[in-house]
Design a protein around this ligand. Structure first.
Ligand SMILES: Cc1cc2nc3c(=O)[nH]c(=O)nc-3n(C[C@H](O)[C@H](O)[C@H](O)COP(=O)(O)O)c2cc1C
Length: 368
């Protein structure tokens, strides 16, 4: 109530990127002292054994994670456990630092329960992020999202692969206490490097994954997938992915389709460059979770992401086949107490359905 009726109305009249930066600053400060962490934990945190799972060799206290894009420069790893998140992906981080696409980079579509995102991998770069993470220990599993640098210097697929490999090599050499990697091949906002540099065609994806395989990464790798490709193209990408050392796939990234029925027409007409998060991602994310689970649920961990605003949204993704669920936009609209509430309500939903643990509900709609 406090967030929704007092804080959010003020936030929503200020510039969205300014608010994001201010929240990050406050979160970093709160994460710097044990008494502020404890205070936050007392207010927001919820835990229950029913939510604990071991996935890809990693222990997760609960299945709700912060998705890539919110903590893109690794400032919040110390406060997010107190907020109640079960895990977090930092990034997307790129080898070459990038100041972000021309402003505006972030907008709000309140009627559509969505954000307009046009960051294009604003990143301090791998080297800076390593410096920050090197001295830290983590209470929850932290993932590193790696993407192709948004740089005009990368003109070919081969150069782009080289750039991504360079990032992985640097992270591996740094021996950070992080838990997993996320390979982001699905950012729709890259303006440099040419539109032809995409890893959606299986031929290009093969080249990339073959090179990554050779690195023998020490941590599990997840791939952040697009929700904008048709089913057949997505299946072909999955057919390629299962041939390599990939632990799982995340469905998925932002919605590109400006005719999506959940988008308010007037809000879309006013929207500048960028793509949409939140409710417009939800239905397609759910379809692709089900598709991936039915086809490769035994080989790949499926992670759901897109349009989670409450426990029912998260539970729907879990029953469709997601072992873990990630989110950003729901938290921005509902407030930081949402994470604890989702976890609490999730325990109730699991109990009502007679499940002793979240893992028993995974894929309940699509038994394989
Ligand atoms: C402000 C913002 C920045 C984002 N940046 C990234 C990014 O750098 N890398 C990435 O993989 N996804 C990024 N995304 C996409 C989210 O991780 C997520 O896939 C998408 O927003 C759907 O989830 P949501 O509806 O819970 O926000 C971003 C989303 C937002 C809202």
């Amino acid at each position: 109530m406090f967030y929704k009726f007092l804080i959010k109305p003020v936030f929503f009249i200020l510039d969205a990127e300014f608010v994001h930066n201010s929240i990050t600053f406050a979160g970093k400060l709160l994460g710097s002292f044990s008494f502020t962490k404890d205070f936050t934990k007392n207010l927001l945190y919820f835990s229950d054994k029913k939510l604990e799972q071991k996935i890809a060799g990693i222990k997760f206290d609960n299945p709700i994670g912060l998705s890539a894009g919110f903590d893109y420069n690794a400032e919040l790893t110390q406060i997010l456990p107190s907020v109640g998140f079960g895990f977090e992906t930092v990034g997307t981080i790129t080898n070459i630092p990038y100041e972000g696409n021309p402003k505006p980079r972030l907008g709000r579509l309140p009627k559509s329960k969505s954000l307009l995102v046009n960051k294009g991998f604003k990143s301090e770069g791998v080297d800076e992020v390593i410096k920050k993470l090197k001295r830290l220990r983590f209470e929850i599993p932290i993932g590193l999202s790696v993407g192709r640098s948004n740089s005009a210097t990368l003109k070919t697929i081969e150069e782009s692969i080289g750039d991504i490999i360079e990032s992985f090599k640097k992270f591996e050499a740094a021996k950070l206490a992080t838990a997993y990697y996320e390979l982001n091949i699905s950012c729709p906002n890259l303006i440099h490097g040419g539109k032809n540099i995409t890893f959606y065609p299986p031929k290009n994806l093969e080249k990339l994954l073959a090179k990554i395989d050779k690195l023998n990464l020490k941590k599990p790798l997840f791939i952040k997938m697009p929700i904008t490709e048709p089913n057949l193209a997505t299946e072909k990408m999955l057919d390629t992915i299962v041939k390599y050392k990939v632990s799982g796939v995340i469905f998925g990234n932002l919605q590109k389709d400006r005719t999506n029925p959940t988008l308010d027409k007037a809000e879309v007409a006013a929207a500048t460059a960028g793509n949409f998060s939140g409710v417009p991602c939800r239905a397609r994310s759910n379809e692709l979770i089900a598709l991936a689970y039915k086809k490769y649920g035994k080989k790949l961990v499926i992670v759901g992401c897109g349009g989670v605003f409450d426990a029912r949204d998260a539970y729907e993704k879990i029953k469709l086949g997601a072992s873990l669920v990630m989110m950003i936009t729901g938290m921005i609209y509902e407030g930081p107490q949402l994470i604890g509430r989702i976890n609490k309500d999730l325990v109730r939903l699991l109990h009502e359905d007679g499940y002793k643990n979240n893992s028993e509900a995974v894929g309940a709609y699509n038994q394989i």
